[in-house]
Ligand binder design. Structure first.
Ligand code: AMP
Ligand code: MG
Length: 344
């Protein structure tokens, strides 16, 4: 991980910003489409376009490092990433960057905390859905559902006990040759949080970072007030159901509208219930607000999968975490402290 490079870039940026006679900061935005197979937006305040673009690029470069490490579809020269780990399942442990170990340790904790609702060892099942979704989007007339038997067979290889992390040796090994990791439920949030932290430590502030709906603050708002983060309306993706107010922290949404394909007039989205092996169907969207970005990402997926009563008990057990469940166009539910965060 090129954390040092990021920090150097940021220090250079801060030096540039420290000059006298700077114009007042104004609102700016950059968009990137080459990260985590989604849209990344950096928005915030800077004195000049040049200063803003330099910070946005530094954030992008941090995120790109994480993207490459956590990628399960591509390998990259000179690094062992999660595709390398998947390709070595049942063959040999793979020496990996500490960031991969950290992410997988978090994933294990999340598995325990959510009673298996979020399972990064479910890659074999998720790969079946991924392949059918990709084929269905490419050729909608022939879009099909994965056969139940194919899903059931894949589900025999999702035991997270077979994820062997050797912290001392710095290796990861999948003890089941058919098992695959898929960290889609937590990687974007984890990476966004780490990139935001790295830049904040280097003195960058006054920014909001959104990686595919995982929104993180990078420092405070220039006017000392909270940031206002819009929550997308699942019924009208141009609009917002509300805005929530955060001084620092993260706002993450999992929704059935984010990635899906259509079979026989019915939409099938990308968040899979480990019990039914089908898309979870309790809600249209779930938003989580909490200080830690990786945890927020994991929780939003978990609450999307779990029935309301279990999700509610989970969120109420976590200090400082709040949630909103958009059940359907008529019904919205909130954790005990969420409504106090709504500004509009
Ligand atoms: P998110 O948008 O954060 O809710 O994550 C959705 C992504 O997580 C999907 O695209 C899959 O890659 C992965 N995923 C889906 N269902 C699960 C699950 N039950 N446990 C772990 N990962 C999942
Ligand atoms: Mg998630």
């Amino acid at each position: 991980m090129k954390k040092a490079t990021c920090i150097l870039l940021c220090l250079a940026l801060m030096a540039a910003l420290a000059g006298c006679g700077q114009p007042a900061p104004s609102r700016r935005q950059s968009v990137f489409v080459d990260l985590f197979d989604t849209v990344t937006v950096v928005a915030g305040y800077a004195e000049t376009d040049e200063a803003f673009n330099q910070t946005a690029q530094a954030l992008h470069d941090c995120l790109l490092d994480y993207h490459r490490l956590f990628d399960i579809y591509e390998t990259y020269d000179g690094i062992n990433n999660l595709k390398t780990v998947n390709d070595s399942a049942g063959i040999a442990p793979v020496a990996v960057n500490r960031e991969i170990i950290e992410l997988l340790l978090l994933a294990r904790e999340i598995y325990a905390q959510t009673d298996g609702a979020v399972n990064v060892a479910m890659g074999s099942v998720l790969a079946v859905w991924h392949d059918y979704r990709t084929a269905g989007l490419a050729d909608p007339a022939h879009a099909a559902l994965p056969p139940e038997e194919t899903l059931r067979r894949a589900a025999e290889h999702c035991d997270i006990q077979n994820l062997v992390i050797d912290e001392q040796a710095g290796t990861v090994y999948l003890a089941d040759p058919e098992m695959r990791l898929d960290v889609g439920a937590i990687a974007k949030g984890y990476a966004a949080g780490r990139a935001a932290e790295t830049l904040a430590e280097a003195g960058v502030n006054r920014l909001l970072l959104s990686v595919g709906g995982n929104v993180c603050t990078v420092g405070g708002h220039p006017e000392g007030r909270p940031w206002s983060v819009g929550v997308q309306d699942p019924e009208n993706l141009e609009g917002f159901v509300c805005a929530v107010s955060v001084y620092t922290g993260c706002v993450v949404t999992s929704g059935n509208y984010q990635r899906y394909y259509t079979v026989g007039g019915v939409d099938y989205h990308h968040i899979i219930d480990p019990d039914s092996l089908m898309p979870a169907d309790h809600f249209n969207a779930v938003t989580v607000v909490c200080a830690d970005s990786g945890l927020a990402d994991a929780l939003s997926t978990a609450l999307f999968v779990l029935p309301y009563a279990r999700g509610s008990a989970l969120i109420e057990s976590i200090d400082g975490a709040e949630a909103m469940w958009i059940v359907d166009a008529q019904t919205t539910r909130y954790s005990s402290g969420f409504e106090a965060l709504i500004t509009a």
